[in-house]
Design a protein around this ligand. Sequence first.
Ligand code: ADP
Ligand code: MG
Length: 338
Amino acid sequence: MPQEFTLIDQYFLPLSKGLLPNELGIGDDGAVMTPPDNHQLVVVTDTLVAGVHFPLDTAPADIAWKAVAVNLSDLAAMGAKPGFISLALTLPENEQAWLNGFAKGLTDICHHYQVPLIGGDTTKGPLTITVTAHGWVERGGALYRSGAQVGDIIAVSGVIGDAGLGLKFALNTLTKSQQACLNSEDIQFCLDALNRPNPQLGLGRLLQSHATSAIDISDGLLADFTHILEQSIKHLERQGLTLGAEIYLESLPLSPAMQKWIQHTNEWTLPLSAGDDYQLCFTVRPEHWINLHKLAKAQGFKITQVGRITGQAGVVVKANADSEDVITNLLTSGYQHF
Ligand code: ADP
Ligand code: MG
């Protein structure tokens, strides 16, 4: 069993490579990093607690991937480029096989997104992983939750709801007939959505110069979108104005698995309210939408309009933009905001 320092040297020190000659990562009392000229620092922290944020039997490589991914997703939502991360790791025991798996997942994601690990802390206790990610954004260029305006298009990246379905599978709470409507490819897709989310860093950079507001979807589309409304309204209330939104059910971007699920269950809670998707939800001036959509497509990002910002308080879910009927029962079955 490695001791604390051999553990750090063996598993974490290799991830401190690639720094500038006058920078210092793991090994001293603190890391020393150089901010790029004319940029602002964006700092985000997220903690994963075993049994709370992931099922206890989750593979250690997936835990590491996700602990970093959820942080990079926050950087993406701010429009920032990732800089570096630090890791505070609390472990119940110093178990080689678990650490090997964890280090593999950590290495995979650090290499994939080219972020060095520049330091951290290692303690003994119930399994808890805290990552802090630092990113850079051009001075004055950060993307906030607060810029949505009446008439803006509401859009999301990728497909949504799959991580929620993956969690049902991981927790073994699907009925036999629910499971039977999905094939093994669908199930793997949903488990990957749950365990290996892909932070939308490239899209975040594109949105930084095109969107009026953005948030990453960690708690479900409706819940997270509400934060955009709350923050955007603050700027308007002084002028006696308010904001609301229409969300179009038939526009929600769904994977084949999610389409089958909805056909089978006839309920939309997963794409509307399930968490852990780590896609971006954002607003765009309508006159910029076509151009943004084109640019996103050219760069390989799928973005879909799912609604529109209105001047009436509240969020209504409708079948589509032309529908007169408001589907109210969805609002009461989701988050308490509604
Ligand atoms: P100190 O006691 O001065 O806080 P530590 O013994 O905690 O130092 O850490 C020694 C070095 O290893 C530091 O550079 C620290 O940033 C790094 N380190 C410790 N734990 C981790 C970890 N889980 N991930 C990455 N780096 C770590
Ligand atoms: Mg320490």
